[in-house]
Design a protein. Sequence first.
Length: 312
Amino acid sequence: KEKMENHTRINEFILVGFKSQPGSQLLLSVLFSAMYIVTVLGNVCMILVIRMDSNLHTPMYFFLENLSTLDICYSSVITPRAMLAFLLGRRSISYHGCASQMFFFSLFGTTEAFFLAAMAYDRFTAVCNPLLYHVIMSKRLCVLLVMGSYLSGCINCSIQTGFTFSLSFCGRREINHFFCEVAAVIHASCSDTFINELVMLAVCGSIIVGTALVVFISYGYIIITVIQMPSAESRHRAFSTCSSHMMTICLFFGTVFFMYAQPRAKSSPDKSSTISIFYIHVIPMLNPFIYTLRNKEVKGSLKKLLKRKGFL
C-alpha cells in the first residue's frame, strides 16, 4: 500500500504562501491588484509612446519596448491568479497548471536577464563607440539579440520545468509559496532532489552570473569613458542616457542575487515570498516610471502625445 501511495500521481497542489498571516488576505489582494493595474497601464503607455513617435525608433527604445512587453507578460503569469487566491481563498492549482506557471515564469524571468544584458551592450556601444553605433547596432542585430534572449529563456525554462516535474510528490500537495516557484516545488517533492538542485544552481547560476558580468563589464567601460570626457556637459549627457537603465539593473540583479544567493533561503519561506513580490510585481511596475522620469526624450514624446490628444 505504501508503495502504491508513493507512486500515486497527484492532480493538484495547494499554494500556502502568506497563509499564516490572518486578516491580511484582503489587503494582499488589493495590493496585488493595484500593482498589476499600474504595471499594465504604465508599460502599455511606454509601448504606445515609443511606437507613435518616430524619433524613438532607435535600438535603445526598441529594447525598451520589448522590455515593457516582457514585464506585462512576466507579471501576468503570477499576479491575476495570486490576487484571486488571496481574495477568494482558492489556493489550489492543478498539476499541469503549476507546470505551465513555472514554465512561463522561468521563460520571462530568464529572458529579462538577457534583455538587460543586451541593453547594457547597447549603451556600451553608444557611449564607447558612438561613431560606429548605428553600424554595430543594426536592426538585424537588435532582432537577433531579442530572439536570442527568448531562445535562452526557453531552453532554461524547459530544463527547469522538465527536471522539476520528473520528481515524485507522494501525496504532498503543499507548496510553501504563493506561486509555483522552482525551488518551492522541488522542496515539496519526496524524491532525492540533489540532482535537481545541482541543475538549478548550475543553470540559473551561470545565467545570472553571465548576464550580470556582461552588464557590469559594459558599465565599467562606460564609467571609464564618461570620466575621460573633456567637458562636463558631455559627461552629463552620456550619464543621463544610462542612468535609468542602471537603476533598473540594480533593482533586478540586486533582488535576484539576494533571492538566490541566500544559503538559508529554503528555511525561510515567508522571506522568500516577500522578496519574490519585489522582483515579480514591484520592478515591472517601477520600470515605466524610471524610464519616463529619468529620460528627457520619453518625457518630451509623452507631452507631445498628450497635447495632440487634447489632454494638455
